[in-house]
Design a protein. Structure first.
Length: 528
């Protein structure tokens, strides 16, 4: 074995960078971080508005779903990060955690130590908040969390429009109960993206006990009996074996982690047999339980340049860039989705079951239509889907894309709530507070009225909200993959640490919770 480490972390994303920092803080631990993607040198990774380029391919694997049979066989673009920092380097920087009940539900499902009271200290530990320092928020942690630096009047009017419909204002959408509408807090510091690559990994790079290897594809986990002892990585046409004396920690995300486990012979025996992989350890839950939030949108034409669409033109874009360099203000300092909220669609729901993000333009994300004039996009998504999908191998080649099937709307309840949230978006956008800003709804437009018409529109325009989770679920059932300490059931020296361990995906954006998971995991690893 050419190289040996105490810990090998596979995946330098939101969780992997946290782990690399926390584990290497112990000078007696020799740590290797492996990342398939490259460095975050492109300035677009650091300017907040660079998000507009991210879902269109920069720093992404280029995945798509299999045809979605409950969405008229639509194939959806499926952005997953392939760059150091992972999702935290390419997302819209929205910092939400979900509802306290999300984590209490995990505990009720048998995940000991994962109630809201248990995990709150890890959220606070990670956070350096520019506004709050209280029982919910922390200050002085690695991750910059800030109020929007460039809110526009139309965003304020949107919050007023929701309030006019009885949906309360909420000045802290990160609180234990995020019900209401307001401005999101963002993972930014001084109007720059605060990714885990910048916040956690960069300060640790100089440590002699931390090795970082980027642009390196992990092919499989190496097993000796029921113990993980290392990994093999591709180096040209050759394989190199890297040894882990203590643990292999898989942090490749809700798609990448189950893919790697299955490539390594760890997963459902019948599925592995289909692609000619010998089963080394039968874990039927690997790659199952995929949950994701699916977005639907309304796009309106504005009555003037009330959003940032014009800055897509070269002259205006250059002007925005210059303003950002000189003042850290203006369009380039915007995440483009800095306001929104949470609300109940199902009156019987115990907590908000839908989320909204207001986009400062049209055509911001891949596959979403762009208007000729300035536009406004309102995304809505159901937060607690009942449908469950899968991540499976196409074949035994590590370079092949996996078969991603979110199985959207397999449960008709999900479709019902999603379409009701879409209708509510229309109502919000028609409120008097927005009348002076909005010319007309253009997409889907006033001719789209019936439930059948809205369903057809939704199937054609729906997109992932980039929140997959659950594919290596924590718990103690026959379909659970990891235990409360995130150790893979039945295997020594192997953990999974990322959003894939969520038994139920949180009712919000997932990045903050993924960072929390890694913070807690680091404590579990170093203080068993």
């Amino acid at each position: 074995m050419s190289e040996s480490y105490d810990y090998i972390i596979v995946g330098g994303g939101s969780a992997g960078c946290v782990l690399a920092n926390r584990l290497s803080a112990d000078p007696h631990c020799k740590v290797l971080l492996i990342e398939a993607g490259g460095a975050d040198r492109n300035i677009l990774y650091h300017i907040p508005a660079g998000f507009a380029k991210m879902t269109k391919g920069i720093g992404s694997w280029g995945y798509s779903t299999v045809p979605q049979k409950h969405m008229n066989n639509r194939v959806l673009w499926y952005t997953q990060a392939k760059v150091i920092g992972g999702g935290s380097s390419i997302n819209a920087q929205i910092y939400t955690r979900g509802n306290a009940r999300d984590f209490d539900t995990w505990a009720q499902m048998g995940c000991r130590g994962w109630s809201y009271e248990d995990i709150l200290p890890y959220f606070r530990k990670s956070e350096d908040n520019d506004t709050f320092d209280n029982e919910t928020h922390g200050r002085g942690g690695p991750m910059g969390v800030s109020q929007p630096s460039a809110p526009l009047p139309i965003a304020k009017a949107f919050i007023e429009a929701a309030a006019g419909m009885g949906m309360k204002r909420n000045n802290d959408l990160v609180s234990a109960d995020p019900t209401g509408f307001g401005f999101y807090q963002l993972t930014q510091r001084n109007a720059r993206r605060s990714s885990t690559a910048q916040a956690y990994l960069k300060p640790a790079k100089s440590r002699s006990n931390l090795t970082i290897r980027m642009n390196t594809m992990t092919k499989r986990i190496v097993m000796e009996g029921k113990k993980a002892v290392g990994i093999t990585v591709a180096e040209g046409s050759n394989e190199t074996l890297l040894h882990a004396s203590r643990e292999v920690i898989v942090s490749s995300g809700a798609i990448g982690s189950p893919k790697l486990l299955q490539l390594s012979g760890i997963g459902p025996k019948a599925e592995l047999a289909k692609v000619g992989i010998d089963t080394l350890h039968h874990v039927p839950g690997v790659g199952g339980n995929l949950q994701d939030h699916v977005d639907l949108c309304i796009i309106c034409e504005c009555s003037g340049d009330h959003t940032y669409d014009k800055y897509g033109k070269p002259f205006w874009g250059a002007l925005a860039g210059l303003r950002y360099v000189l003042t850290r203000k203006g369009p380039a300092a915007s995440s483009l989705f800095d306001s929104g909220g949470f609300w109940r669609i199902d009156e019987n729901a115990e907590m908000p079951d839908a989320q909204w993000h207001l986009g400062m333009g049209s055509g911001i994300e891949a596959g979403i239509s762009k208007l000729k004039n300035s536009g406004l996009t309102l995304n809505s998504a159901q937060m607690r889907p009942r449908s469950r999908g899968t991540v499976r191998l196409k074949d035994s080649n590590p370079a092949s894309h996996p078969l991603i099937d979110p199985n959207y709307w397999a449960d008709s309840y999900d479709r019902e709530i999603s379409l009701k949230a879409l209708k509510l978006s229309r109502e919000i956008l028609r409120q008097p507070a927005l009348a002076s800003f909005i010319e007309a709804e253009r997409i889907p437009g006033p001719d789209c009225k019936t439930d059948d018409e809205l369903f057809a529109y939704a199937c054609g325009m729906a997109k992932t909200q980039h929140h997959p989770g659950g594919t290596c679920a924590m718990g103690h059932s026959d379909l659970s993959v990891v235990d409360d300490a995130l150790k893979v059931h039945g295997i020594q020296g192997l953990r999974v640490v990322d959003a894939s361990i969520m038994p139920q995906v949180v009712s919000s954006n997932t990045n903050a919770s993924t960072i929390m998971i890694a913070e807690k995991a680091a404590d579990l690893i170093l203080s068993p």
